[in-house]
Design a protein around this ligand. Structure first.
Ligand code: TRP
Length: 476
């Protein structure tokens, strides 16, 4: 019996992988993190991580899936066996399953915000900004966001709705729906972003937004806590930028691996991957170019935190012509983009459950959905009932972090880069060279292959390792 489908073509894989990569990470997380870490320096480190680690690791991850042809847990087991190494490599698959659960648990809550904004924008709530003095606009739009997240029942309802729909989509299988949805969704999202960029260019502080994103100030990036007497070095920004690169590209936990498993036997990994990385990066940069001009034109703070997108874009939708229409469309598309990412977060677990032979696709989806939903409640309450609960505050790294913050930190900054290191090591050091070359359909003297191999073999493990050590203060 064939357990799952195969993509109908290489384009179908590109669409699905892009669907996985492009999501809240690009439009919600990238701008607010860029804002929190001060702009240009964060952006350039992020871009370097994407190019020097993200791209090579994505190729490695696709290849692991394409050769393993199973869920990440079993692919890793099979490939380790083939290469003559310990079956413990399947732990890599396991940690991916866990990371996927954890990420989706809070991802769903944020996606719920996007869902909640659909009716809000549609009914014209934000057109009220046109009747307000300029200095009251930001406060008003912010109060709508705070009103939402402070209400546990509303958050829980939208979180539940998001998970239920995700599970229905996952139960339906990889092909068909997803392929068709992403095919129209991505171009549509791109067009709406371009329209928003047009609006951003019309705001008075457009150039200030551009400067914020591209003026590189390493000093305040690496020494964020300066007082008159002394400056304190911090590795947090570097770690955050690297984590964001892995997060945005969906790397290090098996999403891309499991999609690679559905790739037709003869499909070029390098070109396919490059297309996905380019699309993902473009959307993130576009989101930043839209949001920061709005931030500065309305006296907002770039470091406003997780609500940044929800406190800025509604101003645009209130002010621009046909704003309610575009705004509704935008949040619908954002929710769809979140769904196509969410599916990839849970697919490794579902694929594995099905492989055990004890579950149907349907029961596997229901079970995983239920678990994610439960863990998600921690994040729902992080914004209201438990907003003062900071479980690990005794450790300085985790000071002032709610459950939501902790889960995000643990997954993006630790689990994904670690997963990436191990994938890189497995492919570049342990797999038989000939197998790797065959899978990539290249030759050992191909220059692209050699650069890729070098990046994977040295740059990724050493780079991630240095950023880790730096973050725990070894170099300060
Ligand atoms: N990359 C997606 C986004 O930017 C989220 C995502 C999907 C993800 N699959 C992943 C993140 C796997 C990390 C690992 O919204």
């Amino acid at each position: 019996m064939k357990r799952y489908g195969e993509w109908s073509s290489r384009l179908a894989f590109i669409l699905a992988a892009t669907g996985s990569a492009v999501g809240l990470g690009n439009i919600w997380k990238f701008p607010y993190m860029t804002g929190e870490y001060g702009g240009g320096a964060f952006v350039i480190v992020y871009l370097l991580c994407v190019a020097l680690m993200g791209l090579p690791v994505m190729m490695a991850e696709v290849m692991l899936g394409k050769r393993g042809r199973n869920s990440p847990v079993n692919s890793m087991r099979i490939l380790a066996q083939e290469a003559g190494y310990s079956q413990l490599w399947r732990i890599l698959g396991w940690s991916g399953v866990i990371a996927g659960f954890l990420i989706l648990s809070y991802y769903s809550v944020v996606a719920g915000w996007a869902l909640a904004y659909i009716p809000e924008v549609a009914k014209g709530t934000f057109t009220a900004v046109n009747m307000m003095p300029q200095n009251e606009i930001a406060g008003f739009v912010g109060s709508i966001f705070n009103g939402l997240v402070e209400n546990p029942i509303r958050l829980l309802a939208w979180h539940s709705a998001f998970i239920v729909v995700t599970m229905i989509m996952v139960a339906g299988g990889v092909q068909g729906g997803l392929e068709r949805a992403v095919r129209f969704m991505m171009p549509a999202l791109f067009i709406v972003l371009l329209i928003l960029l047009g609006y951003a260019m019309s705001t008075p502080e457009f150039m200030k937004g551009i400067h914020f994103m591209f003026d590189i100030d390493f000093k305040s990036f690496l020494y964020p806590n300066c007082t008159e007497k002394s400056c304190e070095w911090s590795g947090d920004g570097l770690l955050a930028a690297m984590g964001q690169a892995f997060f945005s590209l969906s790397l290090g936990m098996g999403s891309i691996m499991v999609y690679g498993a559905y790739l037709p036997k003869h499909a070029s990994i390098a070109q396919t991957t490059a297309a996905v990385v380019a699309a993902d990066t473009l959307v993130a940069i576009l989101a930043g170019l839209i949001i920061f001009p709005i931030v500065f034109s309305n006296g907002l703070q770039p470091g406003a935190g997780v609500g940044l997108v929800f406190k800025t874009l509604p101003i645009a939708f209130g002010q621009m012509p046909f704003g309610s229409l575009f705004g509704t469309l935008f949040f619908v598309l954002l929710a769809l983009a979140a769904w196509s990412s969410a599916i990839s977060l849970i697919e490794p677990a579902v694929a594995w459950l099905v492989e055990t032979g004890k579950f149907t696709r349907f029961s596997a989806s229901v079970l995983s959905g239920l678990m994610v939903w439960l863990v998600g409640i921690l994040s729902v309450f992080s914004f209201n009932l438990w907003s003062d609960v900071k479980p690990l505050s005794m450790f300085s790294t985790f000071e002032n972090k709610t459950f939501f913050d902790l889960i995000d930190y643990l997954t993006a900054n630790i689990m994904l880069p670690l997963g990436g290191i191990f994938m890189a090591i497995f492919v570049a050091w342990l797999m038989k060279k000939q197998i790797v070359i065959d899978e990539l359909e290249t030759t050992s003297d191909n220059i692209g292959y050699r650069i890729w191999h070098f990046l994977l073999r040295y740059v990724t493990p050493i780079g991630v390792g240095l950023v880790f050590l730096n973050a725990i203060g070894v170099f300060s």
